[in-house]
Design a binder for this molecule. Structure first.
Ligand SMILES: CC(C)(COP(=O)(O)OP(=O)(O)OC[C@H]1O[C@@H](n2cnc3c(N)ncnc32)[C@H](O)[C@@H]1OP(=O)(O)O)[C@@H](O)C(=O)NCCC(=O)NCCSC(=O)CCCCC(=O)O
Length: 343
């Protein structure tokens, strides 16, 4: 990483309950009961998540037509992909009955989003079946699509087929530092260069509505090439509460795009991204979860080439249940870093 370049958001570098979505060997109710006890202790419930009160709170303009506004905008000054996916899923879910739950979505980012204007979401009720309901959503700005999204919803259908991978063993979030705490630690280093200090202060001023705790924080000094695999705890800031599983899926969709594509850059510390943007994003929801509770995001990049990188991720509930899986391909145009430096 070159001097003056703020680090990529740090960090992106047991016994299992198996559970269908939303029911299974463990009922949603039992999880909710457990959650309500922990949430009462963990949260000031007045601190509502801005994701829910603002970003995902779409304005209804007409039948199947919604308008969404922005909260956090990345330094690239193009709209955050996770926000557009989360809002598209909110729009899709509006016309789906309460007993159908999002189980997957597939999106293409076809144009950069403009942070100066709101986004319109136009929903097409593609199909209403007995078990599955499908919606197609077009996110539009300046009269042109910026995202095309297909989302599918499924009614609860219990099955004897149930398996999942085992969650990686990592320290609990209580034993780890948040990204902000890590940045403050880096800022306290006496030999930090002025440009790096400015970059880190800019990162601190970012009002990202997500909290993250990297499992393996990057070293203060220049990173060595590492395997394209990262683990971090993540949750939405503020209180959302239990009960609305569709909403938790929309928040998870927002969260899942954050610091995801950076995984593909980990083996290349001698290159920096000149242009990085997600091209597509897919998600599968497997189990009930609370997006305002810590979840482990396990990210890996099985391939990069031809100025593109593929990343895959798993979102784990802290009790070891696999909540969701994600895949994304992004464009990665890089240039060589000439001078080695510290963060
Ligand atoms: C740009 C997309 C991906 C399509 O690309 P392209 O067809 O090349 O679009 P153009 O509009 O023709 O060019 C855009 C830009 O790229 C330059 N360009 C094009 N080809 C090349 C090339 N072969 N070599 C070098 N440069 C090239 C071209 O000159 C233009 O540059 P400019 O003139 O300076 O603008 C397009 O599909 C697109 O933008 N899609 C949307 C992608 C997107 O917005 N995704 C979501 C946001 S990304 C995200 O959210 C991740 C954030 C993570 C936050 C975090 O983790 O911190």
């Amino acid at each position: 990483m070159a001097e003056g370049e703020p680090p990529a958001v740090p960090g992106v570098n047991g016994s299992i309950h198996i559970c269908d979505f939303p029911g299974g060997t463990e009922s949603p109710e039992s999880h909710e009961e457990e959650s309500s006890q922990s949430s009462a202790a963990q949260y000031n419930q007045d601190l509502k998540s801005v994701l829910v009160t603002s970003v995902l709170n779409l304005e209804e303009l007409d039948v199947d037509l919604y308008r969404g506004t922005h909260h956090w905008v990345p330094r690239s000054q193009r709209l955050f992909g996770g926000q557009i996916i989360g809002q598209a899923l909110v729009a899709a879910a509006k016309s789906v009955s309460d007993n159908h739950y999002a189980h997957s979505l597939h999106c293409y980012f076809v144009r950069a989003g403009d942070p100066k204007v709101p986004v319109l979401y136009q929903v097409d009720r593609t199909r209403d079946g007995r078990s599955f309901t499908v919606r197609s959503v077009k996110a539009i700005q300046h009269g042109q699509p910026i995202l095309i999204c297909q989302a599918s919803f499924h009614m609860l259908q219990p099955s004897p087929l149930q398996h999942q991978f085992t969650m990686p063993v990592v320290p609990p979030p209580e034993d780890l530092l948040t990204v902000e705490e890590l940045i403050r630690l880096y800022l306290s280093k006496p030999d930090l260069g002025e440009k790096s200090r400015q970059g880190l202060n800019k990162l601190l001023a970012n009002e990202v509505p997500i909290e993250m705790k990297p499992v393996q924080p990057p070293h203060f000094y220049r990173l060595a090439a590492v395997e394209p695999r990262t683990l971090f705890w993540v949750r939405a800031r503020g209180y959302i509460g239990e009960g609305n599983m569709k909403l938790h899926c929309c928040v998870a969709a927002y969260v899942s795009d954050f610091a995801f594509l950076g995984t593909a850059l980990l083996p290349y510390p001698n290159y920096k991204a000149q242009f990085a943007a997600s091209l597509d994003h897919a998600m599968w929801f497997h189990s009930t979860f609370r997006s305002d509770e810590w979840m482990l995001y396990e990210c890996e990049s099985p391939w990069a080439g031809g100025s593109r990188g593929l990343v895959q991720g798993r979102l784990w509930r802290r009790d070891g249940v696999l909540a969701a899986s994600c895949s994304q391909e992004g464009v990665l145009r890089v240039k060589a870093v000439t001078e080695p430096s510290k963060l």
